[in-house]
Design a protein around this ligand. Sequence first.
Ligand SMILES: Nc1ncnc2c1ncn2[C@@H]1O[C@H](COP(=O)(O)OP(=O)(O)OP(=O)(O)O)[C@@H](O)[C@H]1O
Ligand SMILES: O=C(O)[C@@H](O)C(=O)CO
Length: 435
Amino acid sequence: MSIVLGAIADDFTGATDLANNLVRAGMRTSQVIGIPREIHALDDVDAVVVALKSRSCPVADAVNDSLEALHWLKAQGARQIFFKYCSTFDSTDEGNIGPVADALLEALGTHQTVMVPAFPANGRTVYMGHLFVGDRLLNDSGMQHHPLNPMTDADLVRVLSRQTSHRVSLLPRPVLDKGAETAKTHLDDQLAQGVRHVICDTLDEADLQVLASAVAELPLVTGGSGLGQALPAEYRRLGWLEKVDNAGRLAPAHGPALVLSGSCSRATLGQVEHFLASHDGFALDPLALAEGNEQAEQALAFARERLLGPAGGEAPVLIYASAAPDRVRLAQQRLGVAAAGELVERALAGLAKVLVAEGVGRLVVAGGETSGAVVSALGISELRIGEQIDPGVPWTQTHIEGHELPLSLALKSGNFGGVDFFSRAFDALREERLS
Ligand SMILES: Nc1ncnc2c1ncn2[C@@H]1O[C@H](COP(=O)(O)OP(=O)(O)OP(=O)(O)O)[C@@H](O)[C@H]1O
Ligand SMILES: O=C(O)[C@@H](O)C(=O)CO
């Protein structure tokens, strides 16, 4: 059987976010980690999301990996390709959104795509090309302090124009408001004028549905997961997709519960604080990690005692490097941005590897880069997508080599989730609401 949608996501939590919305809209979805090296059995799967780690890597690597993913997805019969990036348009003047989108267009032999980062369910909307997070412009939302790609400009036409030599324009809300046919005509007019990338305004779910209807037959669409929620209904309308029940059913969860957080996003900082008010936690500091193994070993002993020892209990514990912008800046000034991030990612990934091997069976990871590091360390190649915990974050399940029982894993994007996300995620599993 051929898949309908093939998606290329530029980070791990972003991939899960998109997969979650596809499952919710009734597509049976598999997420694969990196470009699959072996042939996968894709029976009973409507969509595959390839999770890359291409958001913050050098442009040439992002382009090569994305093209390799494209070729694999086309070989699986994908009718439409979705390039998934962050709903906060995480990128720098070098890329990687513009260069990857250009390369995908060229490889597909097509000349235009849409850019739909909005995710209204999580407060990301676009008006007159300006991206809002809740009631703040992107550059005033906390994203201006992002450790790897500070977002200091909310005007996406301007942001993307710095990343591509091709023309960028806007599909404004007043046009969208007139419906899918008018939107399509607008895209065609722009194409005739040589516009390659069209940033799309989106205020709400209704706008997403109009957009989905206008773009369902384009070879390439790009954006956040909001569009992914709206497309499956269009695929059904086109006769490409059948309706299925229970697209997100998982097996029961087992084992001790751990949260690892390397995200310094505003939402995660609130979640860490909230969790620590009623649970145990251990703070990592890149400056201490740079001194040697001692702090990582202390963190391991802390988790072992609470989760795996004779006194180990049901309560989840947290190990985190999440810190306020001034502390992040200090570490970055002393160590360098990349080195500080790598020290944290390596420490959290190493802890995940040991603790899962020793029995942790329920794991929440906060932060896209952090999730990428943890998933790689665990050698995970495929995730089955389950039910949603909060918008954009589902529980997933995977098999770890040598383990009889599956690992339940939730990969949380930095700015996603309610303030009580960490404890509520496990409550949901305990209640078997999600199993
Ligand atoms: N205390 C710290 N000092 C410096 N860097 C840190 C610190 N804590 C974490 N980091 C690094 O900051 C980066 C955070 O990126 P990550 O993608 O994991 O989170 P996020 O940006 O909040 O999530 P998302 O990409 O899902 O929005 C990681 O590279 C992490 O290692
Ligand atoms: O689109 C989003 O906001 C998320 O899926 C994400 O990519 C954050 O890393």
